[in-house]
Design a protein around this ligand. Structure first.
Ligand code: ADP
Length: 458
């Protein structure tokens, strides 16, 4: 930010100063050379009217020549028709012949005007009557541009002082501005650091800019989500520990009571060992369910999607569960409206539907029924699992998909379960981007409706 502000302050100013100084110098040189040229033209006319080329002794003209040369800190040479220098204000080449290219061209009527590399303006003007063709002589004049250079240097000096002051001000302003502009970002960084290092649990609130306010809000949302996740993870761990401990506690009690008796009868041993075996079975079931749940929670990348016949899948599930249903003399019907083939993870979906049908049998009454239906449209297939069971009270409907939730803890003693079956079913449905709903009437029965896309959506 500081560098950007410094560049904004400095670069245009430096470019402007460089271009102004450059243009001052070139304009000053060009105006001086025009001025000199005009003066020389006037002088050339005077030379003619005083017949100076025939008699270069005119005091007046010589005085003027010296004055003009002095004024421009330069030199004037007058050359006659024979290429002989008749007057040189430096008195160096008088009477000498000057057959230079420049002079020859001037005798042909051309005026010359140039700037030499060492900084001299050089002018060559033909001396002739305005309406005549013949050139009678040549006036060579040179003028120094030293004074222009000196002026430009003085100007540069002033500009340097101005720049120094301007630079100090711009730099100070840039430091101040960059500090002010970056401060909210710095506050966000500090706030994030406080939170990430665990020193603060307060919400981030940097309201200086709309953007920082939005960043704060989004960050607070993420933190809230993470806290909720963390809480639910802790709750899950404590539930798991509790559920896993319950069978172990029972087993310990059973074993201890046997050990405490000096001579317990064999029947008692058998009975207690039977109970212990049941508890082991329960522990085993919880662990199996937990492992299934963990597998379900893994990301979609681990899905094993294949094209499957859903009618066959449901038929197989019902066939496997029929022996359990027949114990309570429960009638099981599969009603299929059309053949359905869909892209699914067969393993996960089988587990989900098995849990739902198993529940429909488990929480059913003697001689009841379980009705499974399959239908589809062009996008989804729909599976309904209806039963004539005990139903779920309305206040529990919101919780039954939660891990370890069981409707009435008292009937959990009668009916075996871990409270994980529906959580497993729901996460299997969600991983297929599907939906699961429940409707129930206590004493009459329950219906679970599942909707899953025919084509897997990644
Ligand atoms: P569980 O191992 O206890 O069956 P689930 O997660 O499968 O655990 O079910 C959670 C609770 O929802 C069950 O304990 C039961 O009270 C209730 N429930 C599930 N399905 C049915 C159903 N078809 N009829 C009545 N209650 C049900």
């Amino acid at each position: 930010m500081l560098l950007v502000l410094l560049a904004i302050g400095w670069v245009p100013m430096a470019l402007m100063a460089a271009s102004l100084l450059g243009s001052y110098q070139s304009r000053a040189v060009s105006s001086r050379s025009t001025e000199l040229q005009n003066q020389c033209r006037i002088l050339a006319n005077q030379l003619l009217s005083y017949h100076y080329l025939d008699d270069p002794s005119s005091e007046l003209i010589n005085g003027e020549l010296s004055q003009l040369a002095g004024m421009y800190d330069g030199r004037i040479i007058i050359i006659d028709q024979d290429f002989q220098a008749i007057r040189d204000t430096y008195d160096l080449i008088e009477d000498k012949y000057v057959p230079s290219e420049e002079v020859i061209r001037c005798f042909q009527g051309q005026t010359a005007n140039q700037l030499t590399p060492d900084g001299f303006i050089e002018i060559a003007i033909p001396i002739k009557e305005s309406d005549a063709e013949t050139v009678q002589g040549v006036l060579l004049a040179s003028a120094s541009t030293d004074s222009i250079r000196v002026n430009a240097e003085a100007l540069s000096g002033n500009a340097a002082v101005f720049f120094l002051v301007y630079g100090i001000l711009v730099t100070a302003l840039a430091i101040l501005l960059s500090h002010l502009l970056v401060r909210p970002v710095e506050r966000i960084r500090a706030g994030l650091h406080e939170i990430s290092s665990g020193h603060s649990t307060e919400d981030l609130a940097v309201k200086s800019y709309t953007e920082t306010e939005e960043i704060s809000e989004e960050f607070n949302k993420i933190v809230t989500q993470m806290r909720v996740l963390d809480e639910s993870r802790q709750e899950f761990v404590s539930n798991v520990s509790h559920e896993l401990k319950t069978p172990l506690t029972s087993m310990k009690v059973l074993a201890d009571s046997l050990l405490m008796q000096e001579e317990a009868p064999v029947e008692l041993y058998k009975e207690f060992m039977g109970d212990i075996a049941e508890e082991i079975e329960r522990e085993n079931k919880i662990i199996t369910d937990l492992l299934s749940l963990v597998k379900m929670d893994k990301k979609a990348a681990t899905l094993n999607i294949e094209s499957a016949d859903i009618n066959d899948l449901l038929e197989l599930i019902l066939k496997r569960l029929r022996p359990i249903a027949s114990k309570k003399n429960i009638e099981m019907v599969l009603e299929s409206f059309r053949p359905v083939t869909a892209e699914v993870d067969v393993g996960r979906l089988t587990l989900a539907f098995t849990n739902l049908v198993e529940n429909a049998i488990k929480y059913n009454k003697e001689n009841g029924w379980v009705h499974v239906s399959l239908d589809a449209d062009h996008k989804f297939f729909y599976v309904k699992i209806m039963d004539s069971g005990m139903g779920i009270p309305e206040e529990s409907l919101d919780y039954i998909f939660e891990r370890f939730y069981r409707v009435d803890k008292s009937h959990s003693n009668e009916i075996d379960g871990t409270g994980l079956g529906l959580a497993i079913a729901k996460s299997a449905v969600l991983v297929h981007k599907g939906a699961i709903k429940v409707s129930s009437q206590v004493g009459e029965g329950t219906t679970f409706s599942v909707r899953i896309p025919l084509n897997y959506i990644a």
